[in-house]
Design a protein around this ligand. Structure first.
Ligand code: SF4
Length: 251
């Protein structure tokens, strides 16, 4: 992994993503290196030639930049993050997200965190001080072998569910983002997440042309079809709702 420290010009950006006002990306690149990652388009802007997943630029001035930007910003929901995983392995050493959360906390900006890593448990003490915070885990399958194919360097599904349960017990509002829908046993996934989340979001793979080659190579093309997405999406929605968990199917 090539890790580089950089001085960014900005860290808090206005976003048009529904439900959020700002996004905050403390890193460029992501050590999780998911095979389907849409954020790999970032390479076009940063000039990285290395494969996605093999580099991370650390915005070491992110906390001081954020402090300055927040002094001028109208309060609104901050999404952390949209083109990187805030709790990817380098965060353990750099603690950029933790320091940014401390700054957001001073102003009580609402926060929505999305990650694949139980490293976020380190910051429960901060989560508990926010008036408005949600912490979500991306979990696209219940199947660890599918996870290994699509997300070779991300934490196990089991560790993510365990982390969600801990957050839920600590009274932090939690959600699972089941997206993109990967090959799975939907009933098993519902059972895993029962008692761990307040809410579920479900999304399909939104850029099939980018990943079709990879799916073909793995002989998993069916799992990229509308039939699969509709079928498994509806099944998940029905099963979660039977258990009283609200679901947003966002496709
Ligand atoms: S964790 Fe998120 S940002 Fe990182 S590679 Fe996977 S999909 Fe991309």
């Amino acid at each position: 992994m090539k890790v580089r420290e950089i001085l960014a010009k900005t860290v808090l950006t206005r976003t048009a993503i529904s439900g959020f006002d700002y996004c905050m990306n403390p890193y460029v690149g992501c050590g999780h290196g998911c095979r389907y990652c849409y954020a790999s388009f970032m390479k076009r802007f940063t000039g990285h030639k290395e494969p996605w997943g093999s580099f991370v630029d650390v915005k070491i001035n992110a906390p001081s930049l954020l402090k300055k930007q927040l002094n001028r910003a109208i309060p609104g929901v901050v999404a952390i993050s949209t083109v990187t995983d805030p709790y990817q392995p380098v965060e353990k050493k750099y603690e950029i997200v933790r320091r940014c959360l401390e700054i957001l906390l001073e102003k009580q900006f609402p926060v929505n965190l999305l990650t694949r890593s139980p490293l976020c448990l380190r910051d429960i003490d901060l989560f508990n001080q926010f008036h408005d915070i949600e912490v979500g885990f991306s979990i696209g399958t219940n199947d660890e072998s599918a996870k290994k194919i699509f997300e070779p360097n991300s934490p196990t599904i089991e560790s993510r569910v365990k982390a969600l349960k801990t957050l839920h017990m600590e009274k932090v509002k939690t959600y699972a983002f089941i997206g993109p829908l990967l090959p799975m046993d939907s009933k098993a996934l519902v059972e895993m997440l029962e008692g761990a989340v307040d809410e579920i979001l479900i999304d399909k793979m939104n850029y099939p042309n980018k990943v079709i080659g990879f799916y073909r190579k793995k002989e998993l093309e069916f799992y990229l079809s509308d039939d699969y997405f509709k079928g498994v999406g509806v099944e998940l929605k029905e099963e979660f709702e039977k258990k009283g968990i609200p679901v947003s199917l966002i496709f």
